[in-house]
Design a protein around this ligand. Structure first.
Ligand SMILES: Nc1ncnc2c1ncn2[C@@H]1O[C@H](COP(=O)(O)OP(=O)(O)OP(=O)(O)O)[C@@H](O)[C@H]1O
Ligand SMILES: [Mg+2]
Length: 592
């Protein structure tokens, strides 16, 4: 064997040495994936203290590589090992993670030098790869020679140690907590791989959020041990759910034990659960291929209700704690509008909105706003209420049957929101025609939008106009623009926002482009009216918006072309329609 070796490579891969990984920790995880694929049982990672020049080491007790394997497997870039060696590892039958043949380079994102020391079948081989050399070679990796040595070692010793020296200073220093957190989300449920970072085992407790461990003796399944974490939601859990382990082997995919079919458990909270349950008593109920547990077996059902009970309790606590915080803003809006409803409707409306909030918990707030606004709009309408009452009265008749067939928002929400959403589409289509017509006046646009404030979108969901404000604006424009000046009279709409702010909209005709002059003029209206209504945001809407305004927008002022506005409203309506036609399968709002 010569004292140097080189990569056999596809030239496209030169770019790989760029920053393909999001963080140092993610890059290190690639190397742990390799240890997993090598059937390692223990991985020891040491991260140096900050500011020190000590290298990072990743040491595994896996299969290691022989000289020949180093050459043919390690140094072959972009080789799909699964195509050659199958989907499962040789000794432990693990699902193979490697697929692209490039993961090893992650080490070179973190460090200038990567040393591979690997032991297998009585030989220890060492290889030193320098990032700078590879970078110099660009597409011609094969031309780069790396120092290589090999010597005899104890034939009982197996495993690989990667040493990363001269760490890349552009990257933040690897953080042991963050690394454990990343690793545990992938390996926390594996029982045959232990990963230590600076001597500390990565466990479910590394998931930010709450971790739980419970043990119980069930009548049929007997002893079960469950450990799980509910993450704080800041980092997505990749494969959420609880995995069943029987005699140490995972059975099938992680699942939620039927909780995902319950309407009182918000799916967004479920997605944060990560854990395992050891239930050796299920041995008799596992299918022959170990891929599933026979679901209608008594033992499984017993386990299912146990897991449901434990999880529901903890999820309920987590949910209640966060729910009140997250939705307090939206709740204020609801309370305010509900207060205006006749008392007998209020309670009913309240319960329905709670369910919607719960259902969409964890979704983007704007989306929830949009839904809540539409539902509130619908609830305020008399005909909606009439049907509500009728359905309520027919509780035990056909309606129940029908209601359970309807998902998403439940019967009422589906029918009414659907109807309303469709009519909003209609309105938008008509407005499109109006905008396209060159003879349309600002006053016509003003009227149309004034009666359809929802067009302003969920951002302005909490605005309303009232007679007093209309009168004030009228008086103001009437006094300032009479006689010869009348033609210059602006078309203004003053709205109040729930949080004490005001919104002044100036409408221009659809054939007009909004310019800097218009902005200055609008700011003057604000100054004049602003003494009484403060603070005040301005919205200028016209046929088009001058580019300079878009590039350099003023403070507290927004400009829209009618087309922008309608397109934005259109996509909100569109989203609502989609939510209605593809309802999450787990939602059932019963009318009771
Ligand atoms: N720690 C290790 N122990 C034993 N063999 C290893 C180790 N690390 C890498 N190898 C061998 O080197 C090969 C190349 O590793 P590399 O990470 O570049 O690619 P991969 O794991 O096949 O695919 P991916 O790019 O998706 O990670 C592996 O397939 C494996 O055969
Ligand atoms: Mg790999």
């Amino acid at each position: 064997m010569p004292a140097t070796v080189s990569f056999a490579v596809d030239p496209r891969l030169a770019t790989l040495l760029g920053d393909a990984y999001r963080s140092t920790e993610q890059a290190i995880k690639e190397l742990v994936d390799n240890a997993w694929d090598a059937d390692a049982e223990t991985v020891n990672i040491t991260l140096p203290a900050e500011m020190s020049d000590i290298p990072i080491t990743i040491e595994d007790d896996g299969s290691g590589m022989t000289e020949e394997e180093l050459r043919s497997e390690y140094l072959k870039v972009a080789r799909d090992r699964r195509a050659l060696k199958g989907n499962q590892t040789a000794a432990k039958r693990r699902q193979v993670r490697g697929r692209r043949g490039i993961g090893k380079f992650s080490g070179l994102m973190v460090a200038e030098q990567m040393e591979i020391c690997t032991k297998a079948r009585g030989r220890e081989s060492k290889l030193l790869i320098e990032r700078a050399e590879l970078m110099k070679a660009r597409s011609d990796f094969e031309a780069v020679q790396f120092p290589f040595s090999s010597q005899a070692c104890d034939p009982k010793e197996y495993g690989t140690t990667i040493t990363l020296a001269s760490l890349n200073r552009r990257l933040s220093h690897p953080n042991p907590e963050k690394l454990r957190r990343i690793l545990v989300l992938d390996y926390g449920r594996a029982i045959d791989l232990k990963i230590f970072v600076n001597g500390q085992l990565a466990t479910l407790h590394d998931i930010p959020g709450e971790a739980y461990s419970v043990a119980q003796k069930l009548p049929t399944v007997r002893a079960v041990k469950m450990s799980f974490a509910i993450s704080d939601g800041k980092q997505a859990v990749k494969h959420p759910g609880i995995v069943i382990k029987v005699n140490g082997k995972p059975i099938g995919e992680p699942s939620f034990f039927g909780l995902d079919r319950r309407e009182d458990v918000p799916p967004q909270v479920l997605k944060r659960v990560y854990g395992k349950i050891e239930a050796d008593g299920l041995l008799e109920d596992v299918t022959a291929d170990w891929a599933a547990v026979v679901e209608n077996s008594t033992a499984y059902q017993e386990l299912e209700s146990y897991v449901q009970e434990v999880l529901r309790e903890e999820l309920g606590k987590t949910f209640r704690r966060e729910f009140s915080l997250v939705h307090s803003r939206i709740k204020q809006q609801i309370e305010k509008r509900l207060a205006a409803l006749p008392e007998h409707r209020r309670d009913f409306a309240h319960r329905h909105l709670e369910k919607i909030l719960q259902r969409f918990y964890g979704e983007n707030e704007e989306k929830i706003q949009a839904i809540v606004t539409v539902v509130l709009d619908a609830l305020e309408r008399d005909e909606y209420w009439e049907v509500l009452r009728a359905v309520h009265a027919a509780e035990h008749g056909d309606v129940e049957h029908l209601a359970s067939a309807l998902t998403a928002f439940g019967l009422l929400e589906l029918v009414f929101i659907g109807k309303q959403t469709k009519s909003r589409f209609e309105v938008l289509n008509r407005l499109d025609l109006l905008v396209a017509n060159p003879s349309t006046l600002e006053s016509q646009m003003h009227q149309a939008i004034d009666h359809n404030l929802w067009i302003l979108g969920s951002k302005y969901a909490l605005v309303s106009s009232n007679r007093t404000m209309k009168k004030i604006v009228e008086e103001y424009t009437d006094t300032a623009y009479k006689g010869d000046n009348a033609a210059k009279r602006p078309d203004l709409l003053l709205l109040s926002e729930m949080y004490g702010r005001h919104l002044l909209i100036e409408f221009k005709r659809p054939s007009k482009t909004i310019s800097r002059d218009d902005e200055t003029q609008a700011q003057k209206y604000r100054d004049d009216l602003g003494t009484r209504f403060h603070p005040m945001q301005i919205l200028l809407i016209g046929g088009a918006v001058d580019k300079s305004l878009r590039l350099n927008p003023g403070k507290d002022i927004e400009y829209f072309s009618y087309a922008d506005l309608l397109a934005r409203a259109g996509s909100e309506v569109d989203w609502l329609m989609k939510s209605l036609s593809e309802p999450p399968s787990t939602l059932k709002l019963h009318i009771r």
